[in-house]
Design a protein around this ligand. Structure first.
Ligand SMILES: Cc1cc2nc3c(=O)[nH]c(=O)nc-3n(C[C@H](O)[C@H](O)[C@H](O)COP(=O)(O)OP(=O)(O)OC[C@H]3O[C@@H](n4cnc5c(N)ncnc54)[C@H](O)[C@@H]3O)c2cc1C
Length: 265
């Protein structure tokens, strides 16, 4: 799918480090609708692991093109937002887990990605601060948000009780959320009922019993569903903003959805 490079932003913006050149080291189909890509080489020695739930940008320059981060006047190549799931500080290898959702710049790229391919990685940025005194956590994630949910689970206090709900197409897409923390998500399968994306997470949120005030709520999925869950948390449960982190990771029908939709508008 052809897409124009992003226009230069005329407003002054926070100085950010230039994107890093990265090489595909390994490509592994984990489940039918998700591929893990391991990046390394290039400038990846300069990468450092961010807070849980942080994001990066994958930049896709024209194949065979000459774009370089040093060309600060040239428009950046088109990019998409992903989660830096795991970074090995010794080997400088970064795992990114990409959902096969259909037709999209990144989804199409990953279908043919192979060792030796190159792209650029911007960031990391953002991420979650787990509030002091968190005793419980409720995480609601669709397949795009499972990498971030895995990072957050690993960062929760040892004695924190976590309830994790993962919405995927069907049982074939179930996979361990974390290799280091024992967590058994409740799996929600859309295919069994033909449910709209995000609607099973909405249902799970409303069906959950009362939770203590010191519960961290983290929700990331399709932007419309996220807004409906957020409204339920605020209107029906009276959850304080400090205990709620809601993220639209993509939006039905919208290409290149922004990386900063917290549902606050
Ligand atoms: C902070 C953050 C972290 C993210 N981390 C990850 C991650 O680790 N792994 C991951 O796979 N995604 C992640 N995403 C979501 C990812 O950025 C989007 O799914 C993105 O749109 C994919 O780009 P694309 O080029 O494939 O599709 P686009 O060109 O952006 O979109 C093309 C079409 O596909 C639709 N679409 C996009 N995503 C989906 C989907 N999941 N299901 C159904 N339709 C879809 C769009 O609505 C549009 O109609 C993250 C998003 C955010 C904001």
């Amino acid at each position: 799918m052809a897409e124009p490079a992003q226009a230069a932003n005329p407003r002054p913006r926070k100085k950010r480090p230039p994107p890093k050149r990265a090489e595909v080291i390994q490509v592994e189909r984990i489940v039918p609708r998700l591929t893990r890509v391991t990046f390394g080489g290039g400038d990846m020695a300069a990468f450092s692991m961010p807070k849980p739930g942080a994001h990066i940008k994958l930049l896709f320059p024209e194949p065979g093109g000459t774009w370089s981060p040093a060309d600060t006047d040239a428009p950046r190549p088109p990019s998409r937002t992903y989660t830096p799931r795991r970074f090995d500080a010794d080997t400088h290898e970064l795992d990114v887990e990409v959902v096969h959702h259909g037709d999209g710049l990144a989804a199409n790229w990953v279908r043919t990605a192979k060792p030796g391919d190159e792209l650029f990685i911007g960031g990391p940025g953002g991420g979650l601060d787990i509030p002091d005194g968190t005793t419980h956590a409720v995480l609601l994630a669709d397949e795009t948000a499972m990498p971030a949910a895995g990072m957050i689970v690993e960062a929760l206090p040892e004695d924190c009780e976590a309830a994790v709900f993962c919405e995927v197409a069907d049982a074939d897409d179930e996979r361990p959320l974390s290799a280091v923390r024992d967590v058994s998500p409740t799996w929600l399968h859309r295919a069994e009922t033909g449910a709209v994306q995000g609607s099973l997470l909405e249902h799970a949120a409303t069906a959950l019993g009362g939770m203590p005030e010191t519960t961290l709520w983290w929700i990331a999925c399709e932007a419309g569903a996220m807004r409906r869950v957020r409204k339920h948390l605020m209107d029906d449960r009276g959850v304080e903003k400090a205990w709620m982190n809601t993220r639209g990771y993509w939006r039905l029908g919208e290409t290149n959805y922004p990386d900063h939709d917290y549902g606050e508008d």
